[in-house]
Design a protein around this ligand. Sequence first.
Ligand code: TRP
Length: 438
Amino acid sequence: MTKKRVLTGINTTGTLHIGNYVGAIRPAIQDSRAPDVESFFFLADLHALIKCQDPARIERSRMQIAATWLAAGLDPERVTFYRQSDIPEIPLLCWMFDCVMSKGLLNRAHAYKAAVDQAVAAGKDPDADVSMGLFSYPVLMAADILMFNAEEVPVGHDQLQHLEMAREAAQRFNNLYASPEHPFFVLPQATGGSAVEVLPGLDGRKMSKSYNNVIPLFEGGRAALDAAIARIVTDSRAPGEPKDPESTSLTVIYDAFAAPEEREAFRTELRGGLGWGEAKKRLADKIDAEIGPMRARYEDLMAHPEVLEEILQEGARKARAIATPFMAELRRAVGLKAFTEGAAARAAAKKAEKKAKAVFKQYREKDGRFYFKLISPAGEELLVSTGFDSGRDAGVWVGRLKKEGEAALEGAPVVFAEGVARDAVAAALLTFIEDEEA
Ligand code: TRP
């Protein structure tokens, strides 16, 4: 079974909340277990430098996020899990793409345009707040994806334009440097994955750090979980009064952690008068039943950076086993190979060329008839004869073709293989004649 390559990029800024867990982490880990996928997960820590120039925060955040994904069940044996910054081939590929992508296309990137609009609105120079990193963000992302020739990239709507740009990078590079039959890059597709669920926050709007309405995932432990849940907005109906289950985000958050039959039962109880306080306690217990054991693993990993480091180093080894030889090929394609590599190869080719001869192969088919075919010095099948009644008849034609070369092709009972030109056959036949002359 050929496996589908799926690549997931993980931002390493900020701390995570259960909206990230339900909407992205849990479904991505679920999808990575499918038997027909080969998954790549990486921490986009080079991208992180664009937004954050506080080394301590970068350091802490990438560690927390690595520990979170592992604690949530990402299996580093099964998937390739690595840090972008451990793969030097990625920034090199980014540069190769920088050199073939047009600035005009990148001018249209949403994130860049937003930064320009903001600066202009503030009366500043349009590019006042734009680093080259921000401008080139989509190019680095293209390198992330294309380095591993990922066929599918699960991303949200905000990233669709980046995927378009990655396809553009792939196409440009292929057009410039590859033959149409052997492109270097496949064109990656954006997929939603299973990550479609958007969890509402404490106030019913989308759960997001910028709205300050989140339930933290692991940070702060059970106490922080309880404290956040206590802040979920409900109406003021007292215990015993019937409640509208859809009047609060509490039930929707509950749904994300409960089995279908539990969801209905919870609603029935609320309609029957279950108090909000009790409902919140049930929600906290429900969430904790799932993430409590993960939190313990998370804390253990955070206390053992050497374990995390070893896992990610191993991931980098796996990733580079793909990236390093591929990059060697790409360097060759653009003209950056070792000086000696070409010379040695040319000398070897010349030597091989001198010695190499075409061959005729004679054989008998199931139909009982006798055939021959001509194989070029490079091993390519050039032509096949029609069937003969005897091996001797076939041999006579082989003899003539070897001796007379191209001249004997006229009227010879042979069919050229698809796409083979007469010149190639003539050149192959010449190897027999030169041999006799030598
Ligand atoms: N830009 C992505 C985001 O903001 C993160 C990312 C970086 C990424 N490189 C990637 C995602 C490559 C997918 C593939 O979510």
